[in-house]
Design a protein around this ligand. Structure first.
Ligand code: PEP
Ligand code: MN
Length: 248
């Protein structure tokens, strides 16, 4: 019998800011499997919050033991991989580092899956070639469409849903979509999340925050916990229709 296909719902704050922030997340979503939370942040403006970095490790370790979640977090250097290795279930490589082939090769010293984001000006061919730097890449790499830079300035990025359909039809990679960075606008996130699933995505990466206006990074695109609950409800209906299981 064919195993039912799954849709992974990965959510959490852009940046890990405090223990209280994650406690609130699990108060609202006690059974969440996947948490995203940035520890090392690559910011356009060097004056902007750069992440809690080394200071985050012990707190995240303790939170993982308490709430039993799996952590997806971005690595930006060999040093950050070493630091995060013990507490990370999926290493995220961000849009700025898709072309950092030395970092990709370094990840071959570790066993966790790699969530590889598309560079914001990268062709799909470049994305697929970057993935091949990871050993056993089709089993270990999850490709992530997170929006590309176009002439359109009404939103932060243009989410390329063609990419989802194309990659699903022409490669064997799992493909997930990040409509938070793909739009940069809170009010667009839910619509594009649903559209991504219809286009064939295997999962979503969503920025959610207990109090979006206070977020230390990407405040304009975070959805709040109530909006997250509504989105999960709609995605459950959509998954039933598509005969897939939503893993939240
Ligand atoms: C993030 O996920 O918070 C992030 C920085 O993503 P990207 O690399 O796609 O900008
Ligand atoms: Mn972000």
């Amino acid at each position: 019998m064919n195993k039912k296909k799954t849709i992974d719902f990965i959510s959490g704050p852009c940046s890990f800011e405090s223990k209280a922030q994650i406690e609130e997340h699990f108060k609202q979503f006690p059974s969440h499997t996947w948490l995203r939370a940035g520890v090392f942040k690559l910011r356009t403006n060097p004056q902007s919050f750069q992440g809690l970095r080394e200071d985050a490790i012990d707190d995240l370790k303790e939170l993982k033991e308490r709430f039993k979640f799996k952590l997806v977090t971005e690595v930006v250097s060999n040093h950050s991989v070493d630091l995060l290795n013990d507490i990370t279930d999926v290493f995220q490589v961000g849009t700025r580092n898709m072309y950092n082939y030395e970092l990709l090769k370094y990840l071959n010293n570790f066993k966790q899956p790699v969530l590889l984001k598309r560079g914001f000006s990268a062709s799909l061919n470049e994305l697929i070639n970057a993935a091949k730097y990871i050993d056993d890449s089709e089993a270990r790499v999850i490709l992530c469409e997170r929006g590309i830079r176009t002439f359109e300035t009404s939103y932060r990025n243009t989410l390329d849903l063609n990419a989802v359909s194309y990659l699903k039809r022409n490669t064997n990679y799992k493909v997930i979509v990040d409509p938070s960075h793909g739009t940069g606008k809170t009010e667009l996130v839910s619509d594009l999340a649903k559209a991504s699933i219809v286009a064939g995505a295997d999962g979503l990466l969503i920025e959610t925050h207990p109090n979006p206006s206070q977020a230390l990074s990407d405040a304009d695109q975070a959805i709040n916990h109530q909006e997250t609950k509504e989105l999960i409800k709609e995605l459950n209906e959509l998954s039933n229709f598509l005969k897939k299981d939503l893993i939240v």
